[in-house]
Design a binder for this molecule. Structure first.
Ligand SMILES: C[S@@+](CC[C@H](N)C(=O)[O-])C[C@H]1O[C@@H](n2cnc3c(N)ncnc32)[C@H](O)[C@@H]1O
Length: 197
């Protein structure tokens, strides 16, 4: 794969990948962005050729870019509410030239989920209930928003057809509808892979 020949070192270590971003974004990486090895594993599970995967709360795009790089036959999209993070995701994507990766700036509640087949999320709503985990102060957070977003995603996942795949990272199982069967539980049980029955 041409891409792999051009960019192999980028995906070996988090520090190499995080160099795509300015320092203040790199400093957030350990707590807020998916590590490269997790993104690879999640991407392997979610990548079914000619389907679309959505990262719910895509930050600076680390999951979509890594998974998209290794799976050019699958389309990866991320939606991110913070404009600055969305912009850095676009800049990183442009550097690697990934035609199968797309980012949207907006709130997930505005998205038409019918356009996506499989889903990934890294505990995106936690900062609403844990102030110490805030990324910054550019968006409103509240317990009410935590409930609203969790319910929204739950209902969306519930409406999806059998065989829908989902990966959750550090996310509570209560955000996953009962119709989803846990098929893999690794990394001290923080990386979970699900398939709707
Ligand atoms: C823990 S970060 C994960 C980022 C990325 N998925 C990754 O794994 O590298 C969660 C992201 O979700 C975003 N987010 C939270 N609620 C959102 C919402 N309602 N709509 C869009 N983005 C949201 C946050 O701004 C944050 O960037």
């Amino acid at each position: 794969m041409l891409n792999e020949l051009l960019n192999p070192a980028l995906f070996r270590h988090d520090t190499a990948f995080d160099d795509l971003y300015p320092e203040h974004i790199q400093e957030l990486s350990q707590m807020h962005w998916t590590p490269v090895d997790i993104a690879k594993k999640a991407g392997d599970f979610l990548s079914i050729p000619n389907t679309s995967v959505l990262d719910i709360g895509s930050g600076v795009g680390k999951f979509c870019i890594t998974a998209g790089f290794f799976h050019p036959e699958t389309f990866f999209c991320g939606i991110e509410q913070r404009e600055e993070l969305y912009t850095f995701a676009e800049i990183a994507k442009a550097e690697i030239e990934l035609p199968n990766v797309n980012f949207i700036h907006g709130n997930l509640t505005e998205l038409d989920f019918k356009n996506y087949d499989h889903f990934y999320f890294y505990n995106p709503f936690y900062e609403n209930i844990e102030p110490d985990s805030r990324i910054d102060y550019t968006v409103r957070t509240s317990f009410e928003l935590y409930e609203l977003y969790s319910r929204f995603v739950f209902q969306m996942l519930e409406e999806k057809p059998p065989e829908t795949r989902l990966v959750t990272f550090h996310a509570p199982d209560t955000q996953v509808p009962p119709g989803y069967q846990l098929v893999n539980n690794s990394y001290s049980r923080v990386l979970k892979m699900w398939i709707k029955k």
